[in-house]
Design a protein around this ligand. Structure first.
Ligand SMILES: Cc1cc2nc3c(=O)[nH]c(=O)nc-3n(C[C@H](O)[C@H](O)[C@H](O)COP(=O)(O)OP(=O)(O)OC[C@H]3O[C@@H](n4cnc5c(N)ncnc54)[C@H](O)[C@@H]3O)c2cc1C
Length: 421
């Protein structure tokens, strides 16, 4: 098979790049993914937070563009502009937050500074010990989104413009040739079609391949070499596995992140009503939560989590040790609440916690867009439209050029993003 652009990975980033390329008129685009239902894709396993309130200009810019796009499709994406309330417990961090206000508000975010007493007056269902807070920011234009609806939209629109999405296709090999200018060119990508039609992955085939990178021989139906003019690595937490095949050493580490759903029982219906109408709240302890239907979705990134392709969920233990004590510190409404269920997914974490995007140095036709830590959904449109421009025209507009992997060679060029959860 031959294609013009081959995109490895059909998560939200690969789907968005495919759509953005097709929308620019680039023809013959193919996306390959081991599992387009996304059972283990971060795009299906995330918290649905969407904010442009970041500290690095490129992150603010690309997320602000994405939020604008979410607003245009608010109904289709269930985008709810309910704001992000960020509570600070450390004076030093709060001072940085104040400094960043100008940058954020230049993008029209309207971020407000709040005192601890503003917080409890304005968000009456929260009653943190005032001694835990030094201040807060509230970003009214941020919100919550249905990430699956967004990914489906990118895919559907891309397909309607002629993009092919090949499911159960696993990238196992990449062939390159050396050019006259000593750069390399990707000539073909080898994919395996994996047998196994059970979309619920009850046999565990998909999970086993995505955690061990070994394909059981009896699961292979067909090898195919796809010749391509351009290749884009959009494999998220698996991007280093691809890079390793072409001798590029990656800085990204896949890291487990857990989320749980919590049901709240309280006799005061008004407090519950207020809680369920809030947006995202980030506690000084780094716990985050927001309403999801009649329950609360809460997440916490355990700082000492070791890197790895680990999809296990610690269940009640995660809730009792990490989530519940932090929820109660934020609001007494959580004194009586129940762990309902939870899951884990992978963050693709870089040393500066900003993503990687652009052409891969040393190659004439290889691009990459991955490793967006906890930001891939809210950055998807901004990154995809800039990447499509880069691939189509040879250079992008906007700040995205700061995201190439070359920055890691010089710590002065790192885009350290400290406003992460
Ligand atoms: C718990 C959690 C909470 C998060 N919360 C938020 C949030 O609130 N807001 C936000 O914006 N972001 C959030 N994120 C981050 C966001 O989900 C990711 O940044 C984003 O989904 C990454 O998308 P992607 O397309 O790069 O990767 P993925 O969605 O992971 O897609 C990668 C794809 O590659 C495929 N694949 C892997 N290896 C191969 C191979 N060899 N061949 C073929 N296919 C392969 C996989 O099947 C997968 O579909 C969260 C992430 C997690 C885990």
């Amino acid at each position: 098979m031959k294609t013009n652009v081959l995109i490895a990975g059909g998560g939200i980033i690969g789907s968005a790049v495919a759509w953005a390329l097709a929308a620019r008129g680039v023809s013959d685009v193919t996306v390959v993914d081991l599992d387009l239902t996304g059972l283990y894709a971060s795009s299906e396993l995330n918290a649905g937070g969407a904010r442009a309130t970041w500290w690095q200009p490129v992150n603010v810019e690309t997320c602000a563009a994405t939020l604008e796009f979410f607003r245009e499709h608010a109904d289709a994406f269930s985008f709810r502009e309910r704001g992000y309330l960020w509570l600070y417990g450390e004076q030093m961090l709060f001072e940085i937050a104040k400094e960043k206000l100008e940058l954020q508000n230049d993008f029209g975010l309207g971020v407000e500074l709040l005192t601890p007493s503003d917080v409890v007056e304005r968000f009456r269902t929260l009653d943190p010990d005032p001694a835990r807070l030094v201040g807060a920011t509230f970003s009214p234009r941020d919100g919550l989104v249905n990430p699956n609806a967004v990914r489906q939209w990118y895919r559907r629109e891309a397909e309607s413009l002629g993009v092919r999405f090949l499911n159960r296709h696993y990238v196992i090999g990449v062939s390159t040739t050396r050019q006259a200018d000593s750069k390399r060119r990707v000539t073909w990508v080898e994919v395996l079609e994996i047998i196994g039609r059970d979309p619920t992955d009850r046999e565990g085939t998909i999970r086993d391949i995505l955690t061990t990178h070994v394909v059981p021989p009896d699961r292979t139906a067909a090898h195919e070499r796809i010749e391509c003019d351009v290749v884009v690595n959009c494999l998220g937490a698996w991007s280093p596995v691809f890079s390793a095949k072409i001798g590029v050493s990656d800085v990204t580490e896949p890291t487990r992140r857990q989320i749980c759903m919590v049901s709240v029982q309280h006799e005061d219906a008004q407090r519950i009503g207020e809680l369920l109408s809030m947006g995202m709240v980030v506690d000084p302890s780094d716990l985050y939560f927001h309403p999801e239907g009649k329950d609360i979705l809460a997440g916490y990134s355990i700082p000492e989590e070791a890197p790895g392709f680990d999809f296990s969920y610690d269940g009640e233990g995660f809730f009792m040790e990490h989530v519940w004590p932090r929820l109660v510190q934020c609001s007494s409404v959580f004194e009586r609440c129940k762990h309902v269920r939870g899951w884990s997914g992978l963050y693709a974490v870089t040393p500066d916690r900003s993503g990687i995007a652009g052409p891969v140095r040393g190659f004439t036709n290889l691009f990459e867009a991955h490793s967006f830590t906890g930001r891939g959904v809210m950055q998807s449109y901004g990154i995809a439209t800039a990447m499509a421009e880069w691939i189509d025209l040879g250079s992008p507009s906007g700040a995205i050029t700061a995201l190439t992997r070359e920055r890691f060679a010089d710590p002065a060029r790192w885009l350290v993003e400290d406003l992460h959860i």
